[in-house]
Design a protein. Structure first.
Lengths: 435, 331, 331
C-alpha cells in the first residue's frame, strides 16, 4: 500500500506550509529518511523526510505552492509508474474509515496532554516496532510539546498491534494513536493519523478553544409579545423616545389612540412625527375637548355609610361597595367598574343596585375607573383622558373632591354632568343609592 | 549615625531618643484621652530600647517596616514630632498629609517604609526591600519589626523561606512584649519562636529588649554581616508594653496583673536603667539628664500645640494620591 | 504586518522593557527555565538570567509581598501569578498593601509593580483554575486593571503597565495564548484609559472585554447578515475606564449590551451598564443588558462549562430582541 506524503504541521498555530523546493522528482527512488522537500512555516524552513522507501509518485504540489496542513501532496509507491492518479484525501479518509473496523482489539493509547497550552503533540518517533512485545513502563513513543520532548510509556503491557500515527505527525491530544493487544497480533496496522481522526478520536477531552466558546448557550429568551399598556395609565416609552417626543412637541397619547403597541421606541416617534398634520391638529382639538369636571362633598356621609355597611350589612369589601355606588350612576345595564386604591386595581361586575350582588371579576374591560386617592396627599389632578372615564376621589380639607375626566367622545357632556352629580349625591347621602 | 556606639554623644543620643519616644507617647495618650485625637492608637511605652537600640545601628539608607504600634520606630528612625503629631491629628502637614494617621506613618526620607495596620502585613514588604537591595547590588539592610502576635501569620514563614534561600539582607525583629492583643503569648505560640527561624537555617538570637546597649550591640554586628551577604537574621527582643493593646484598653486585669505591670515599670524600665548607667559611668550628670528631659517635654508640648492649631487638608485632597498620574481619581 | 501569538507578544513586551530598564524583573512560580506552564516566558531566563527571572517557592502571598517591598524601594517587579484564581491567596498584599500605600503615605511612596495573571473558562480546568476575577481587583481603588483582547493589546498594554508608577493587574485570557494577531515590529505602547472602537455600527453597541471582544465581533458578523449594524467597543483597561468613548457609542446607537467573562452579578458588566444608564439615560431606546458568566462555580464537564460563558449566538440573540424593541425583562 502506498504511503501518503502530507504537508506536516510543524508549528503550534500553523495552518499551512509553503513548499520551498522538492528534493526528489516524480519517479525517483526514495529511501526512508531521504529528504523529500523543504517547507517554510511561520518560524523556519524545515526538511521533510520520507516516511518509507519506494518511488515518489502522484506529486500534486509544486515549488512555491502553499498547502494546508494535512493535505496529501504526493505518494511513495512500490513502483515508479504507479497507476494511481493524484491522491484523493477524501477517498483516503474513506479507506481509513473502513480500516478502522479492522483495527485489532486491545487497549488504546492516546496522544497525551502534557503542556498547559497544548492542543496537539508532535509524534517524534515510535520506540517500539509494530507487533513487538511491550511492557507498561517501556517508552512507546516520543512526543514533542511546547518546548520539550518527552518519552511516553506504553501504560499497559502487551503487543503493539497498531500504530495509528506516523512519526512527524502533529496529532490532536486525546486522539488514539496506538493499540496494544493482549495476544501477539496475527497482523499489525500501521498508518497515518490524518484519515482516522474522526473515528478513533477519544471522547473530546480537550476541544479546541475557539470551538468551545462558539457554542450557543441555547437558552434564548422567549420572544415576548409587546406588553399591554401600564395599568396605572402611564404611557410606556423608552427614555430616548420620551425625550425626542418632548423636544419635538409630539404627544405620545396619539400613539396610544392610534393603537400602537407600547412601549414606544424611537421608531414609534418617527411614526408619530410622520402622522399627517391634520390628525395632529384634530388630536389637539380632541385633547382640548376632553372633559374635566369636579365636585366637592363633605366626607362624613360616606365614612358613616361604609361603617354601617360593614357592621350591619356584612359588606366588608369597601372596594366592592364603592364600585356598586359608582356603577349605579352609569347609564349602562351591567357595567364593569375598575377600583384603583393603594396601587392595586380590582375589577367589579355591577349587576344592579344591590350592593351585595357586586362581584369581583378578572379580565374585563372597565366602563368606568374609580380611582380612590383619599389615602394619598393628592388633592387635585388633571390627567387627561384614558381608556375609560376616570372618577377620582381626593381629600380636600375636611371634605372630598370628586374629579371626572373623560377623553373626547367617551361620554357626552350632559351624561358626564349627570354621572358626576349622581355619584356626588350618593356619596354624600348613600341611602340615595337605594332609591 | 551607625558609628561605633562607644562615645558619650552616641550614648546620650540613644537616651534622648528613648525619652523622646516615651514623651511622644505620653502626649499622644493625653490627646486621645481628652478626645482631641480621632481614631485609635497603640502605645509603644516600655519598648523604647528595642526601637532605639536597633535604629541607632542603621543609616538613613537602611529601611524599616513598622507596625500598628509604630510611633517608637518612627521616632527612632529620625522622624520629627511636629509632622508626627500633625499626622496623628489628621492635619495637612502630617507625614502622610493626614491620610494615614497613627497606624500608617511613613517617613521615606529616613527609610521608614511605613507602619502597617495588618498584623504581619509588612513582612513581605521588608523582605522585598531586601531582595531589591540584593538585585541592585546595594548594601542597605532592611529591618522588619513585628510583634509576637504576628508570628502566628503564615506570611512570615513564606518570606523567611525565600530570604534564607536567597540570603537576603533582612533582619526580622520580633518584639515579644508577652501579649498578642489581649492574650498571653504562651497561649498563641507553640514551641520556641527563635526555633521557627532556625528551622529555615536563619541565625536567630534572643536579647533583653529592655537593655538598649545589648540590643544595639547585637544589631550592629548583624547589620554589618547582613551587608556582606550573610543575612538574613532573626532577633527575638523580650520586652513589655506598659499600656493596653490600644489606648482604650484600660481594664486589663483579666489577662495580666497590675503587680506584673508594676514590676516591669519599677525594675526593668529601659530608660531608668540606662539613665542609672549613664550617671554611674559618669557620662552624664542627673542635672544634665533632667535638663534634656525638660527640653524634650517642651519640644513635645510645642509640637502638640502646633498640630492642634494646624489646618486640615482641603476636602479636594480626598481623591488625590489614589494614583500617581491621575490627579483626582474621582473627577 | 507580521502576526505573532499573544504569548509571543507578552514575551516580547517583557524582553523589550527588561532591556530598556534594568530595574524590571520577573518573579513567580516556575517562571525561569520552565517559562510558566503556558510557556509564555520561555527563553527570557536565557537572556536575563535567574537574577531577573526569579523562580520562587509556591508561596503566592510571600512573593507578592516581596514584589510590593521591592517596588516601594526602587525596583519594577512583574509578578507572575500562574492562575487568576490564586488572587484570593494574595488579596492582603495586593489590596491592603500595594493598592493603598501611595494614598496612605499621602503620595510619598509608590508601588510600580505589574501583576500578570489570567482569566477564562472552557479549558476544562474546573472551579479553581477557570475564574475571571478582574472585577474583584477593579473594585479596589489604587489598582489599575488591563484586559488585552489580542496579541496587539497584550504587547502594548504590558509595556505601558511596566512603565506605570502604580500597581497594575493584567489579565490575559489563557485560551488566547496561541492566537495570532498583527503586531508591528516597531515599538509601540497602548495608553491606559483609551477604548478601541473595533467595529463601527449604528443600531446597537456591544461592549466586550478580553476574549469577549471576539465574541462581540462574531456576534456583530451574525447580526450584519440580518441587516443589524452593531458597533463593537473594547475598553482595553477597565481601570481607568474610557467612559467618554463608551457613552458616545451608547448615545449613537441607543442600545447597549455589555459582555464580560466575570460573573454577571456585581461585576464589570453591571458597572459599565450602570454608568451608561446614569450618563446616557435620555439617549437609550432599550434597557442596557449585561451578559457575564453564569453565577455558578465553573463546572468541569464540557457540557456544563460551555453554557456558563457568553457566546456570539447568545449575544446576537439578545441584540436582536433589543433592536426589535422587545422588553426583555418587562415585569
Amino acid at each position: 500500500m502506498p504511503l501518503d506524503v502530507i504537508m506536516p504541521a510543524l508549528g503550534m498555530a500553523q495552518e499551512s506550509g509553503v513548499i520551498v523546493a522538492w528534493h526528489k522528482q516524480p519517479g525517483d527512488a526514495v529511501a526512508e529518511g531521504d529528504v523529500l522537500f523543504e517547507v517554510e512555516t511561520d518560524k523556519a524552513t524545515m526538511e521533510v523526510e520520507a516516511q518509507g522507501a519506494g518511488f515518489l509518485t502522484g506529486v500534486v504540489a509544486r515549488d512555491g505552492d502553499q498547502v494546508p496542513v494535512g493535505d496529501v501532496i504526493a505518494r511513495i509507491s512500490a513502483t515508479a509508474d504507479a497507476p494511481e492518479e493524484a491522491p484523493e484525501p477524501e477517498k483516503d479518509a474513506g479507506d481509513a474509515q473502513t480500516a478502522t473496523d479492522d483495527l485489532p482489539e486491545g487497549q488504546t493509547v492516546i496522544m497525551p496532554t502534557l503542556g498547559m497550552a497544548q492542543d496537539s503533540g508532535l509524534l517524534v518517533a515510535w520506540m517500539v516496532e509494530p507487533g513487538a512485545k511491550v511492557d507498561a513502563d517501556d517508552p512507546l513513543f516520543e512526543v514533542e510539546t511546547d518546548k520539550s520532548t518527552v518519552e511516553v510509556p506504553a501504560g499497559v503491557s502487551g503487543y503493539l498491534a497498531a500504530q495509528l500515527a506516523e512519526a512527524g505527525e502533529d496529532v490532536p491530544t486525546g486522539q488514539v494513536i496506538a493499540i496494544i493487544s493482549a495476544e501477539a497480533p496475527a497482523q499489525t496496522v500501521t498508518r497515518s493519523a490524518k484519515g482516522a481522526a474522526p473515528v478513533a478520536k477519544a471522547p473530546d477531552p480537550q476541544p479546541a478553544p475557539q470551538e468551545t466558546k462558539a457554542k450557543p448557550a441555547a437558552k434564548p429568551e422567549p420572544s415576548k409579545a409587546r406588553q399591554p399598556s401600564d395599568p396605572t395609565g402611564r404611557i410606556l416609552a423608552s427614555p430616548k423616545a420620551r425625550r425626542l417626543a418632548l423636544e419635538q412637541g409630539l404627544d405620545l397619547s396619539r400613539l396610544v389612540a392610534a393603537g400602537v403597541a407600547q412601549p414606544f421606541h424611537v421608531s414609534d416617534i418617527e411614526t408619530l412625527a410622520a402622522m399627517p398634520a391634520e390628525t395632529q391638529a384634530l388630536a389637539g382639538a380632541a385633547a382640548a375637548a376632553s372633559l374635566h369636571l369636579t365636585a366637592e362633598i363633605p366626607a362624613e356621609g360616606v365614612t358613616a355609610f361604609m361603617a354601617w355597611a360593614s357592621d350591619t350589612a356584612g359588606l366588608t369589601d369597601s372596594g366592592a361597595v364603592m364600585a356598586g355606588l359608582a356603577g349605579g350612576c352609569l347609564d349602562k345595564a351591567r357595567p364593569v367598574v375598575a377600583v384603583e386604591a393603594f396601587g392595586q386595581r380590582r375589577l367589579f361586575d355591577v349587576p344592579g343596585h344591590n350592593l351585595t350582588a357586586v362581584t369581583s371579576v378578572e379580565d374585563a374591560t372597565p366602563d368606568l375607573i374609580l380611582r380612590d386617592l383619599r389615602a394619598t396627599r393628592i388633592t387635585g389632578l388633571h390627567m387627561g383622558g384614558e381608556d375609560a372615564p376616570v372618577l377620582s376621589l381626593t381629600t380636600s380639607g375636611a371634605g372630598l373632591t370628586l374629579t371626572l375626566e373623560c377623553a373626547q367622545g367617551q361620554i357626552a357632556p350632559a351624561a358626564a354632568l349627570s354621572l358626576l352629580g349622581d355619584f356626588a349625591g350618593r356619596l354624600e347621602q348613600p341611602l340615595r343609592h337605594l332609591l | 549615625m551607625a558609628k561605633a556606639k562607644t562615645n558619650t554623644e552616641d550614648y546620650m543620643r540613644m537616651y534622648r531618643q528613648m525619652v523622646r519616644i516615651r514623651t511622644f507617647e505620653d502626649n499622644a495618650n493625653q490627646l486621645y484621652l481628652s478626645a482631641k485625637m480621632p481614631g485609635l492608637t497603640h502605645m509603644y511605652s516600655g519598648e523604647e530600647a528595642v526601637a532605639v537600640g536597633i535604629c541607632e545601628a542603621l543609616t538613613d539608607d537602611d529601611r524599616i517596616t513598622s507596625t500598628h504600634r509604630g510611633h517608637g520606630h518612627c521616632v527612632a528612625k529620625g522622624a520629627n514630632f511636629k509632622e508626627m503629631f500633625c499626622e496623628l491629628l489628621g492635619k495637612e502637614e502630617g507625614y502622610c498629609r493626614g491620610k494615614g494617621g497613627s497606624m500608617h506613618i511613613a517617613d521615606q526620607s529616613h527609610g521608614n517604609l511605613g507602619a502597617n495596620a495588618i498584623v504581619g502585613g509588612s513582612m513581605g514588604i521588608a523582605t522585598g526591600a531586601a531582595l531589591r537591595a540584593k538585585l541592585q547590588k546595594k548594601d542597605d539592610v532592611t529591618v522588619c519589626f513585628f510583634g509576637d502576635g504576628a508570628t502566628a501569620q503564615g506570611l512570615l514563614y513564606e518570606v523567611m523561606n525565600m530570604a534564607a534561600l536567597w540570603k537576603l539582607p533582612v533582619i526580622y525583629a520580633c518584639e515579644n512584649n508577652g501579649y498578642s492583643e489581649y492574650t498571653k503569648t504562651e497561649e498563641i505560640a507553640a514551641g520556641s519562636i527563635t526555633a521557627r527561624a532556625e528551622a529555615f537555617g536563619i541565625e536567630a538570637h534572643q536579647v533583653d529588649g529592655q537593655d538598649v546597649l545589648a540590643v544595639n550591640a547585637l544589631t550592629q554586628k548583624l547589620v554589618a554581616r547582613a551587608r556582606k551577604g550573610e543575612g538574613p537574621f532573626f532577633i527575638e527582643l523580650m520586652t513589655y508594653r506598659y499600656h493596653g493593646h490600644h489606648v482604650g484598653d484600660i481594664n486589663r486585669e483579666y489577662y495580666r496583673t497590675k503587680d506584673e505591670e508594676k514590676d516591669w515599670k519599677d525594675n526593668r524600665d529601659p530608660i531608668i536603667r540606662f539613665r542609672a548607667y549613664l550617671v554611674d559611668q559618669g557620662i552624664a550628670s542627673e542635672e544634665e539628664i533632667e535638663a534634656m528631659n525638660a527640653e524634650i517635654k517642651e519640644d513635645a508640648s510645642a509640637a502638640v500645640e502646633y498640630a492642634l492649631a494646624a489646618k486640615y487638608p482641603d476636602v479636594s485632597e480626598v481623591d488625590m494620591h489614589v494614583y500617581t498620574d491621575i490627579k483626582h481619581a474621582c473627577a | 504586518m507580521r502576526e505573532i501569538t499573544l504569548s509571543q507578544a507578552v514575551n516580547e513586551a517583557l524582553a523589550e522593557e527588561m532591556r530598556r530598564d534594568e530595574t524590571v524583573f520577573i518573579i513567580g512560580e516556575d517562571v525561569a527555565e520552565a517559562g510558566t506552564p503556558f510557556k509564555v516566558l520561555a527563553g527570557l531566563v536565557d537572556e536575563f538570567g535567574t537574577e531577573r527571572v526569579i523562580d520562587t517557592p509556591i508561596a503566592e502571598p510571600g512573593f507578592m509581598g516581596l514584589a510590593v517591598g521591592a517596588a516601594m524601594t526602587g525596583a519594577r517587579p512583574v509578578v507572575d501569578l500562574m492562575f487568576g484564581d490564586f488572587l484570593f491567596l494574595i488579596m492582603d498584599q495586593l489590596c491592603n498593601q500595594a493598592a493603598k500605600t501611595h494614598y496612605m503615605s499621602g503620595g510619598k511612596l509608590t508601588v510600580p509593580l505589574v501583576l500578570r495573571t489570567n482569566l477564562g473558562a472552557t479549558r476544562r480546568s474546573a472551579a479553581q483554575h477557570s475564574q475571571s476575577l478582574h472585577a474583584l481587583v477593579a473594585h479596589i481603588p489604587g489598582l489599575k486593571v488591563a484586559m488585552p483582547s489580542s496579541a496587539y493589546e497584550a504587547k502594548g498594554l504590558m509595556k505601558t503597565a511596566i512603565r506605570d508608577n502604580n500597581p497594575v493587574v493584567i489579565f490575559e485570557d489563557k485560551l488566547m495564548y496561541q492566537e495570532k494577531a498583527p503586531v508591528p515590529e516597531e515599538e509601540f505602547l497602548i495608553p491606559f484609559g483609551e477604548a478601541n472602537v473595533k467595529r463601527d455600527g449604528t443600531d446597537i453597541t456591544l461592549i466586550g472585554t478580553s476574549s469577549m471582544v471576539q465574541v462581540c465581533e462574531k456576534a456583530a458578523e451574525i447580526l450584519a447578515k440580518e441587516g443589524i449594524s452593531a458597533e463593537v467597543v473594547d475598553p482595553r483597561t477597565i481601570v481607568p475606564l474610557d467612559e467618554a468613548t463608551l457613552l458616545a457609542s451608547a448615545r449613537k446607537t441607543s442600545r447597549v449590551i455589555v459582555v464580560d467573562e466575570g460573573h454577571q452579578s456585581y461585576g464589570v458588566t453591571a458597572e459599565i451598564a450602570s454608568r451608561i444608564n446614569e450618563k446616557a439615560f435620555y439617549h437609550l431606546d432599550a434597557p442596557v443588558l449585561r451578559m457575564g458568566a453564569l453565577d455558578v462555580p465553573v463546572p468541569f464537564s464540557p457540557a456544563l462549562e460551555d453554557i456558563t460563558v457568553p457566546t456570539p449566538e447568545g449575544v446576537a440573540e439578545k441584540a436582536r430582541m433589543l433592536v426589535a424593541g422587545e422588553m426583555i425583562h418587562a415585569a
